[in-house]
Design a protein around this ligand. Structure first.
Ligand SMILES: Cc1cc2nc3c(=O)[nH]c(=O)nc-3n(C[C@H](O)[C@H](O)[C@H](O)COP(=O)(O)OP(=O)(O)OC[C@H]3O[C@@H](n4cnc5c(N)ncnc54)[C@H](O)[C@@H]3O)c2cc1C
Length: 438
């Protein structure tokens, strides 16, 4: 047996494995993580409904932090992801204009301190690894299945053009624009509103062949470091993915986001992007000039204020539907993964269907404070990274330099105390221990 399969085979099996019916709305990272979290506990009736007609490779680079590695290992997924991953040696924060290094954080301590390193992967590879694992352990995927409505009390879902199907639990992993969350909030008399952050993002992926002939760029794709160039109202993160065969560049910039959607595949103008970053350092600009014509995307970034609750009768929220975040501490997918692992662990502890509300309550109690905190850490990191040039920026740069030697960093992604809280907790172990206390 491969080590990945062994890891999952060691997970305790669920007493309700054959009797509990679980419906998952959305086959993003969150939906698939919850599917694997459930089928790896032996649940036999797990159905994932995805509105898209097919599952394709979408998105750009995504960081798999130590806490997410731990979850993916529980799932038996990490081993199949690492061949296409890059293991990060560290992170570097640099001044936009001249490439001056303001902070260098080594990740050499991550594995000794937290048990797992940090990887960067293409989102498509992560998505496929989770999907393959979910299907091989028996989850059912129904693509082209748009959920039009859910019944909170009786657990019925209405798939467009099909009769209703009843489940014991419905997991709403339908993303930041979650219609199920809107309905849940409306039932509580609340208005559902995602907040425009005024920030947008460009995504560029370069291939190795485009960078190899320039020593400066070759160094960027060869070096397993996540670089962030920080400037007024913007920063750009860049790192190699696909086992150093591709280079991922994502900007976050204050923008007039009118007309932009949160759709990760919205087309954008290369000319406008180059103008936006005119004056930034030449290594970066050389990369941006290589952006393939016609393949550039730009999308608006939104978040959601913390919800008053994630549960309504048989329906629970998970992933971006529950805690949409800015990407600045690389925890959107990681927190969704933790949600899935915890939900699977808690439902696997139920001995009868009467225990299920107790498990859902515990899921919310364990997950919500941590995920809401991670959203806030991402928000304040964005604020710190986007300070316009001037006295406050100089003070921020000094704090970044000092943080290289261990003091608190305004960049929470590289901040030791934040890392300890994020990466140090084994959420599956915690769920195992806490279940009995409720
Ligand atoms: C296309 C795409 C690309 C992304 N790329 C990146 C990236 O490059 N880097 C990064 O850090 N993060 C990326 N993200 C965000 C990151 O993946 C998420 O923050 C995180 O993984 C949590 O995802 P989620 O599963 O909760 O939500 P999502 O990834 O948004 O998934 C929600 C899923 O639900 C489906 N859905 C919605 N409504 C319904 C319905 N009524 N019925 C059935 N299905 C429905 C959607 O089609 C979608 O597949 C991307 C997200 C998307 C959707």
């Amino acid at each position: 047996m491969a080590s990945a399969d062994m890891a999952a085979a060691l997970l305790p099996r669920a007493p309700l494995a054959h009797s509990l019916s679980l419906g998952i709305v959305g086959a993003g990272i969150g939906g698939l993580a919850s599917a694997v979290g459930l089928v790896s506990r032996g649940f036999r009736h797990v159905t994932v409904y995805e509105a898209a007609p097919e599952i394709g490779e979408v998105g750009a680079g995504i960081q798999v932090a130590p806490n997410f590695c731990r979850v993916l290992s529980h799932f038996g997924v990490l081993d199949r992801l690492t061949p296409q991953a890059v293991r990060l040696g560290g992170a570097s924060v640099r001044r936009y204009v001249n490439n001056e290094e303001l902070n260098s954080t080594s990740f050499a301590n991550l594995e000794p301190d937290y048990g797992w390193p940090a990887f960067v992967v293409h989102r498509g590879d992560l998505h496929k690894a989770l999907l393959d694992r979910a299907l091989e352990l028996g989850a059912q995927l129904k693509v082209g299945s748009h959920i039009e409505d859910v019944n909170f009390e009786n657990g019925k879902v209405k798939v467009k053009g099909h009769p209703e199907v009843q489940h014991d639990v419905i997991i709403a992993a339908d993303g930041i624009k979650s219609a199920i969350r809107s309905k849940m909030m409306a039932r509580r008399g609340e208005v559902d509103e995602t907040i425009p952050t005024g920030e947008a993002a460009y995504r560029v992926i370069l291939q190795r062949a485009q960078m190899e002939s320039d020593p400066d760029l070759k160094q960027l794709i060869d070096n397993p470091t996540a670089i962030r160039w920080v400037g007024p109202d913007a920063h750009i993160v860049a790192y190699p993915i696909k086992a150093h065969e591709a280079f991922n560049i994502v900007s976050t910039h204050i923008s007039n986001t009118v007309g932009l959607t949160e759709d990760w595949t919205a087309r954008a103008s290369k000319e406008v992007m180059l103008k936006r970053f005119d004056g930034w350092n030449e290594s970066l600009m050389k990369c941006l000039r290589l952006a393939p014509e016609g393949e550039l995307v730009e999308w608006a970034l939104r978040i959601h204020l913390p919800l008053t609750g994630w549960i309504d009768h048989k329906v629970v929220l998970l992933g971006d539907a529950a805690h949409a975040t800015l990407p600045h501490i690389a925890q959107g997918a990681a927190q969704a993964g933790e949600d899935g692992a915890v939900l699977g662990t808690l439902l696997a502890k139920c001995h009868s269907k009467e225990d299920v509300p107790h498990a859902l309550k515990m899921y919310e109690r364990l997950r919500k404070p941590r995920a809401d905190w991670a959203v806030e850490m991402a928000r304040i990191t964005g604020e710190a990274l986007h300070i316009p040039d001037g006295a406050a920026q100089k003070a921020r740069d000094e704090a970044l330099k000092k943080a290289s030697t261990g003091s608190q960093s305004p960049d929470r992604w590289g901040d030791k105390a934040t890392q300890s809280k994020l990466y140090g907790l084994d959420v599956v172990k915690q769920a195992d221990m806490e279940f009995s206390k409720l």
